[in-house]
Ligand binder design. Structure first.
Ligand code: AMP
Length: 146
């Protein structure tokens, strides 16, 4: 899987949108969905996706879908800041496996960062799967800030 390819209807985010696997939602509107990453790089790490675009990466995405996703990224970043008081917020997006992409439905990472914490995505998508109950409690904190 790299920059070119066919959209896989069974990718994890397609399955979330189809209601076939669960997600811990932070925010949803008509066009976008935000949920917590199950292998978080930091406390409060979330992902924002388009509900309707079948773009695998930024090279393919419709301008309208990209604008909708980024507007939601801003909302999620602000709510995350209000909830968790990070010192910085890392916004990241990966295109193609050599760039670190592992799920081929375009998504934007919103990663709160704290002074003295690690930088970068070294263990990206390889870390421990977070405790579901802890993520659910965290989601409640962030959802209260929209
Ligand atoms: P990327 O490597 O940029 O494609 O990012 C994919 C991200 O999706 C990684 O950070 C994974 O931890 C995360 N991820 C994969 N499956 C799920 C899932 N079912 N629910 C939430 N996050 C997921």
């Amino acid at each position: 899987m790299s920059l070119d390819g066919v959209y896989d209807d069974n990718n994890p985010f397609a399955l979330i949108l189809a209601g076939k696997i669960p997600s811990i939602k932070l925010y949803e509107d008509a066009h976008t969905l935000a949920f917590l990453d199950i292998q978080p790089q930091s406390r409060g790490h979330s992902l924002v996706i388009s509900k309707w675009s079948r773009a695998r990466n930024i090279l393919e995405i419709e301008d309208e879908a990209l604008a909708q996703v980024m507007a939601s990224v801003k909302k999620v970043a602000n709510a995350t800041r209000r909830a968790l008081a990070p010192d910085g917020i890392h916004i990241a997006q990966f295109n193609g496996a050599p760039a670190g992409q592992t799920v081929f439905h375009l998504h934007v990472h919103v990663v709160p960062r704290w002074e003295g914490g690690p930088l970068g995505f070294s263990a990206h998508a390889q870390g421990n799967v977070a405790d579901a109950a802890a993520l659910t409690a965290l989601a409640d904190e962030i959802r209260a800030q929209f």
